[in-house]
Design a protein around this ligand. Structure first.
Ligand code: PMT
Length: 402
């Protein structure tokens, strides 16, 4: 578990039923050695007593309830400066709107506006409020300014509705705080290119061949690379999740589009990681109009081989570049991956057995083995985001040794 000894964390608590879960955040942070300073909005004090946070944090809790304006001035600047990370959990639609608009009308909104520390928010609200256009605009604005988000999760909400809006679990929020506080900047000045998502091979204007890739693995790598200071580009096929903020996106559809994009992008890059699921074959013919059904007749589809993009990238690699591929396997995982490592001229291949529960396509987790010419290292089930950092650690280590 992350060591947070002596780290200064300011936790803002706003008025939502999830406020009780924030007591566990304070407790976990204290166990890790952090100093926690809690600011509660007036509404938050209706849900949980300041005494709870005072006892758990062993610090005075700042509330608006009794604060005189002159006290605010000193306190908001002091806490804004003290914070190494500023967390708001739960974050209501109201505080997100105030932050986006720069409104400072209470202790919490005033302090968060003044801070230069990284800000992490854990939204919690009714699904309708979360999906409302105004809230989503505010989220977009805040993300573009570098505010980081933990959640919200989906599930049954306190109001009885089901959907997105539930605050992330305290454990996940504490993990995100640890990641921010211990973020390495070992890719500062490096350019990282990542492929993500599925390719689509068109049959006609409305039909295509594709696969189950969601983009989660590639985006986890992109987010990790960006956080470690890299100038990050994602060549991105079809995906089912939003791309991380702060990375450049180059959209592609087919394997041949991917090849064109990679031939342009690769020469400028230091590290290339290919996590996209690329079709090995495409329909021989693409019809310009919708293929009509011929009743009673079978249809034969002829497929032709696509370029092996990773192999082509391996041919044009420059000295000093690091090339990493993925191998999605269902059998003879290590042997097949080792074969791809050589054939594609890669420095490392990340093998995932996509038949395993929690691994491979469209999951938040993965089970992987990192294979280099030096050997194999196997890893247990873990979040794709965590695996992303392990892959980057290995790449940094390889570059240091080169
Ligand atoms: O996107 P997610 O839902 O998070 O799922 C993640 C993932 C399962 C897609 C990812 O972890 C993964 O395994 N990606 C590689 C999928 C794949 O195409 O594997 P492959 O074994 O067929 O290809 C090996 C390598 O060659 C890959 O780096 C692939 O990008 C590349 N390739 C493959 C075929 C081809 N024609 N051109 C290529 O460049």
């Amino acid at each position: 578990m992350t060591d947070l000894t002596g780290r200064e964390i300011v936790l803002g608590v706003t008025g939502g039923i999830a406020a009780y879960k924030s007591a566990e955040i304070v407790s976990r942070l204290r166990h890790l050695g952090a100093h926690v300073h809690v600011i509660m909005t007036k509404n938050a004090t209706e849900f949980v007593s300041p005494l709870t946070f005072q006892t758990l944090s062993a610090n005075q809790v700042v509330t608006d309830t009794f604060a005189a304006p002159e006290y605010w001035n000193v306190e908001h600047v002091a806490l804004a400066k003290l914070a190494e990370v500023f967390v708001i959990a739960p974050a209501t639609a109201n505080i997100l709107a105030k932050m986006a608009a720069g409104i400072a009308d209470d202790m919490l909104s005033t302090t968060v506006l003044a801070t230069k520390a990284p800000v992490l928010v854990a939204p919690a609200m009714n699904t309708g409020m979360w999906t409302a256009a105004a809230t989503q605009e505010n989220v977009k604005t805040l993300k573009a300014r570098g505010v980081q988000f933990a959640g919200p999760d989906s599930g049954i909400l306190a109001c009885g509705d089901t959907g997105a809006g539930r605050m992330s679990e305290p454990e996940e929020i504490v993990e995100a705080i640890g990641r921010i506080l211990n973020a390495k900047k070992d890719l500062q000045g490096s350019r990282v290119l990542i492929t993500a998502g599925a390719t689509r091979e068109r049959l006609d204007p409305v039909r295509f061949l594709t696969n189950d890739s969601s983009g989660k693995m590639g985006f986890a790598l992109a987010e990790a690379a960006r956080e470690r200071g890299a100038e990050t580009t994602v060549v991105c096929g079809s995906v089912s999740v939003a791309a991380p903020e702060g990375v450049r996106i180059v959209k592609i559809e087919s394997a041949r589009d991917l090849l064109d994009a990679m031939m342009k992008e690769v020469p400028e890059q230091d590290i290339i990681i290919q996590a996209a699921a690329v079709a090995d074959y495409r329909p021989e013919k693409r019809c310009d109009t919708k293929i009509k059904k011929k009743s009673g007749e079978a249809m034969t589809l002829t497929l032709v081989e696509n370029p092996d993009v990773a192999r082509e990238v391996g041919k044009i690699r420059k000295a000093g570049q690091v090339l990493v591929g993925f191998a999605a396997e269902t059998d003879h995982v290590a042997a097949n991956a080792q074969d791809k490592l050589k054939k594609k001229n890669l420095d490392m291949i990340v093998a995932n057995d996509v038949t395993k529960e929690g691994a491979g396509f469209n999951t938040d987790t993965n089970i992987a083995a990192l294979i280099t010419s030096a050997g194999i290292q196997e890893y247990p089930l873990m979040a794709k985001r965590e695996l992303a950092d392990i892959i980057l650690d290995k790449i940094v280590e390889m570059r240091e040794k080169a």
